[in-house]
Ligand binder design. Structure first.
Ligand code: NDP
Ligand code: MG
Length: 395
């Protein structure tokens, strides 16, 4: 399929995968403001039939889908007579991603469940606005292969959106390094002893961003920044030793790029995901977003400090997995997915997240990722190794 460019007066078909989540809902706010430019053609989520019904009635897409069959059949009954097709099962993600009337696909699913849809969108030559960082962490090599099929990938993650912005019109060869900023999360300044006692409730309170539960916990352990280092490696083609992380608690500078001539470029704004979502949907244009304007007051105190790597060890685990290559990053992500879920259920402690991931990574002998099956097999191995670790530790 040939990708359409955004031309004035024309509406682009938009598919939103993960429309009921934090990013999905904010994307629909942007779409609501730009009904003259975007036409929502497909909406997919996992199980939230109530919200998906509401979104379907407002945006009147051609298809909606839920991964879970039970909620999907309830939704089918409720949307009966509207003419909206209701699909069920994991296949509906791929179906929406490759929908013939979608020119732009926003992948805002959480977890590596988003990877097949990423590959399908790129394989079908779509413009893919990618929030689902796990696609790149679990299957970066496959995503790069799929990109050669003529699709376009624009990052939604705020740090990568900032780097994308800074690189616009630049020669990629002139980039010396990328510096990703991290807020430091809710436990910046904590000691290891203090971290032992952290509860899910405490970890779910992020100081500057409001996000889904997995990424919020990952931000508290700094694993999120580790996943983002891997994401940046695949997106911008830089080796790991040229991707750095700095703590910037105000979350105003969303990342920086250092060029060969000694110049640093950065993108600044109040922390509001509707800005990077808007850029990904509108690029190469820039559309209005509902975000508050950034004022000079907001820039009065911008501070930067090194990451406390001795206390927050997940970041180094991610660098280690990245340098191991092959299936190691898929294993890192899957082990973390399991660990975060167990932590949120109160079954393991906060520091057990990094301990579990480390134990799994240490045992892993990576292999090359050539097909989706390689990723699936590595993830299965990682999940069962993670659960075994938990059994050994906690009985
Ligand atoms: P949420 O948990 O808020 O939303 C996740 C969405 O994905 C929901 O629509 C959910 O459906 C759906 N979903 C969950 N599991 C599956 C599955 N197995 N198959 C299909 N759909 C599924 O997550 P966020 O919006 O916070 O994050 C989405 C992605 O964006 C993540 O990869 C995250 O790392 C990334 N991101 C998020 C940011 C943020 O500010 N939130 C910032 C940068 C990146 P249902 O509601 O029915 O369960
Ligand atoms: Mg981010």
């Amino acid at each position: 399929m040939v990708r359409k460019e955004v031309t004035p007066g024309e509406r682009l078909g938009l598919a939103v995968l993960g429309s009921t989540g934090s990013i999905g809902r904010q994307a629909l706010e942007v779409a609501r403001l730009h009904r003259d430019r975007l036409r929502v053609v497909a909406l997919v989520a996992r199980s939230n039939a109530d919200l998906l019904e509401e979104q379907a009635r407002e945006f009147l897409p051609l298809m909606v889908g839920l991964v879970e069959e039970g909620p999907a059949s309830r939704l089918r009954e409720r949307l009966n007579g509207t003419g909206i097709e209701v699909r069920a099962g994991a296949g509906c993600l791929v179906e929406a991603a490759a929908h013939p009337l979608a020119e732009v696909v926003l992948n805002a699913v959480v977890g590596s469940a988003g990877l097949p849809a990423t590959l399908a969108a790129l394989g079908a030559g779509k413009k893919l606005a990618l929030a689902n960082k796990e696609s790149l962490v679990a299957g970066g090599d496959l995503v790069l292969q799929a990109l050669s099929g003529g699709g376009e990938l624009i990052p939604v993650d705020s740090e990568h959106s900032a780097v994308f912005h800074c690189l616009s019109g630049e020669d990629p060869g002139s980039v010396e390094r990328i510096i990703l900023t991290a807020s430091g999360g809710p436990f910046r300044g904590y000691t290891r002893g203090e971290l032992e006692g952290v509860t899910p409730e405490m970890a779910l309170k992020h100081p500057t961003w409001s996000m889904g539960p997995r990424i919020t916990v990952d931000s508290a352990t700094l694993m999120n920044k580790g996943l983002e280092v891997i994401e940046a490696h695949y997106l911008f083609g830089l080796p790991y030793d040229r991707i750095e992380v700095v703590v910037h608690p105000q979350s105003i500078v969303h990342s920086l790029v250092e060029f060969r001539d000694g110049s640093l470029a950065a993108q600044l704004s109040v922390p509001d995901m509707r800005i990077p979502i808007g850029l990904a949907l509108s690029h190469p244009e820039r559309w209005r977003t509902p975000a508050r304007r950034t004022t000079l007051e907001d820039l009065r105190e911008l501070t930067f400090e090194p990451v406390d790597r001795g206390t927050f060890r997940c970041l180094d685990l991610a660098y280690r997995a990245g340098k191991m290559g092959g299936t190691a990053t898929a294993v890192l992500n899957a082990a973390d997915e399991v660990a975060v879920e167990l932590f949120l259920r109160g079954e393991i402690g906060f520091l057990d997240i990094e301990r579990m991931v480390e134990a799994v990574l240490e045992d892993h002998r990576p292999w090359r990722v050539e097909t989706l099956d390689d990723v699936v097999a590595a993830e299965e191995w990682a999940r069962s190794r993670a659960l075994k670790w938990r059994k050994e530790k906690h009985g």
